[in-house]
Design a protein around this ligand. Structure first.
Ligand code: DHB
Length: 313
């Protein structure tokens, strides 16, 4: 069985969308609800609606191998009240819902947290510390002092209710140590989602000798195959360092194999971004079946038989 729990909530399986993919408008959210995902999350929102960056702003990289995507969406979204309204009518019996917020300023984040605190919805809050695509706005997760300040204010503004943070990828052991030490000072930060895209990559087309997305002279966040080992490193690094928190894995998952690797590295839930964008919500049924068949081959009955049990040499 793929059944699991997250923050004491039962889920039929550990798969969900990555924020940003198939979750910007009600019709997409309804498709995720109808899909075989175990949970779902809304598009990161700002206080006010935004159009985002000029197009083209998402491109898939190669159809074959390696494979991935580059994006610089720039936080196009319907604005916080739209997603708040969705949280008020979501069918929580079918699957848990996360709401992702990505305020342009600390005050905007605090305003959204304040209205969520008073809203009587069971949606789980994920605070995005890692959007790489708004010109002029640094990724909070790379500024440890700003991250600490934000966590202090957000956890207190949320009345110590449980919440999680979406982190950017880190590439240095000292940074894993420092980020985890900060997060561990906030017990109400109950989960971390690792990773957001590898920010500010540059994809170039050799034929046209040109960048392939319009915003930021072609710089954008990388997803897909390219990011899997970085994602697994971040999942496992935070799994080891934050024993009181859950880790949600995201990055490079397109089949049961990568989902298995994320779970083995310590993820409790596993998100799909690029692969969901390319394949649509039917992907959840496929990846579920593949994960079950890998487990059957290995003689595992439940996720707890291997979750977090990565071996070292
Ligand atoms: C966007 C991209 C991200 O990686 C993110 O975390 C939030 C928003 C975007 O460009 O819309």
């Amino acid at each position: 069985s793929l059944a699991t729990t997250f923050l004491d909530l039962p889920l039929t399986n550990p798969l969900m969308n990555a924020s940003g993919v198939w979750c910007s408008v009600a019709s997409q959210l309804e498709a995720l609800l109808e899909s075989e995902s175990g949970a779902m999350v809304t598009k990161s929102c700002t206080l006010e609606p935004r159009d985002g960056n000029p197009e083209p702003r998402y491109r898939v990289l190669d159809g074959n191998k390696p494979w991935g995507s580059i994006n610089s969406m720039g936080l196009p979204n319907e604005g916080f009240p739209y997603y708040l309204r969705y949280t008020e009518r979501h069918d929580y019996e079918t699957k848990p819902l996360f709401i992702s917020i990505s305020g342009l300023t600390l005050d905007d984040n605090l305003a959204m947290v304040d209205s969520l605190k008073d809203a009587v919805t069971p949606a789980i809050l994920e605070v995005n510390l890692s959007c790489p695509n708004v010109p002029g706005k640094a990724q909070l997760g790379y500024d440890f002092d700003a991250m600490d300040t934000l966590l202090a204010e957000v956890t207190s503004g949320y009345g110590q209710r449980q919440l999680g943070v979406k982190l950017p990828p880190y590439f240095d052991i000292a940074h894993f140590d420092e980020a985890a030490a900060i997060l561990n000072r906030y017990p109400s930060v109950a989960f971390v989602t690792c990773i957001n895209s590898i920010g500010n990559a540059l994809a170039i087309d050799i034929n046209s000798e040109s960048v392939i997305i319009k915003p930021k002279d072609g710089f954008g966040g990388l997803g897909g195959d390219y990011v899997l080992p970085t994602a697994l490193a971040n999942v496992n690094a935070f799994f080891r360092r934050c024993p009181e928190k859950a880790v949600i894995g995201c990055g490079g998952v397109k089949s049961g194999q990568e989902a298995f690797l994320h779970l083995l590295a310590g993820a409790t839930l596993v998100q799909m971004g690029t692969a969901l964008y390319e394949e649509g919500p039917g992907i959840f049924a496929r990846v579920k079946a593949e994960l079950l068949s890998i487990m059957a081959q290995k003689g595992y009955e439940n996720l707890s038989d291997f979750q977090g049990k990565l071996k070292t040499l």
